[in-house]
Design a protein around this ligand. Sequence first.
Ligand code: MG
Ligand code: MG
Ligand code: MG
Length: 287
Amino acid sequence: MKIVIGHKSPDTDATCSAIVYAELNNAEARIMGPLNKETEYALKKFGAEPPKIWKGEGDEFILVDHNESEQSIGDYSKVIEIIDHHKIKIETEKTIKVHVEPLGSTCTIIAQKHFEKLTKKQAGLILSAILSDTIVFKSPTTTKTDIEIAKRLGEKIETNEKEYGLELKKAGMSLEGMSVEQIIKKDYKEYTLQGKKFFIGQVENADLKETLNIKKQLLTEMKKMNYDYVLLMLTDIIHEITELLIIGNETKIGKVFGKIVKENSITLPKVLSRKKQVVPQITKQFS
Ligand code: MG
Ligand code: MG
Ligand code: MG
C-alpha cells in the first residue's frame, strides 16, 4: 500500500496535500494525529472525509509538507517521494523524487502541476491550505504564485478567496473548550539543534488579549514539558504581531531577536511566520 502523509500535529496544508495527492496518485492519505478545528472546517466545507490516523501501515510513502525526521514517520527507507516547501534536512540511502519550492504552501506546488485535473472538492481543499499557510496572504512566506493560484481556484469553485480565508481562520482560532495543554499543542514543530530539544508552537488569534490573559497558565504548563526549549508564538493575525513565550535559556533566545526578555516573553511586531521569521533565526544561533 502506498501512503501519502503529512507532518505530526497536522495542519490544513499537511492534511489537504495528503488527501489531494493521494487521490491523484491512487494512494491512501494518512495523518499523524487528530485534526485541528481549522482543518476540520475546511474538510467539512468541501465534503472531504478526514484521513485515517497512521498506525504504522504502508509499504511506500510520499511525504508532503515536511521532510525533517523529527516531524515524520521515522523510517526513510520506504520513502519514494517528497513534496514540500520547507528547507531540506534529510539524507536518503537511495535516489528519491523530491519536489521542493519556496512557495507559500505544499498545496500550491500540487496545484501548479495538476490544476486542470482538480475536482471542485480538491480545488476547495487546496485553496484552504494556501489560505491557511499564508495566513490569507499576510505571511511573508506568500508568493505571487500563491496569490495567482488561489485566485484561479476561487474562480473555479465560485468562492471569494479572501472572504473564505477569514471565515476559515476564524473557525480555526477559537480556543473554546480547549485545555491549556491543548492550546500549547494546537500547532507545533519539534527540532533538535546542537543536541537541544526544541518545541516551537504557534497559536493564531484575532486579538492578543485573549491569549495573554492566560499567559501565566501557559507558562506553568510549558515548564512541565520535557524539552530544553519550549517556545510558543501567540500570533495576532489581524494586528500582525507575535508575543513569543520562552521557557529555556531565555536570555539566549532574547538575543536572537535583539530583545530583552521580560516575564518569559518578548514582543515581535510584524512576525507571523514560524518558518520564515523564527526557526531560521534560532537555527543560526544554535549552529
Ligand atoms: Mg504544515
Ligand atoms: Mg505547509
Ligand atoms: Mg502552519
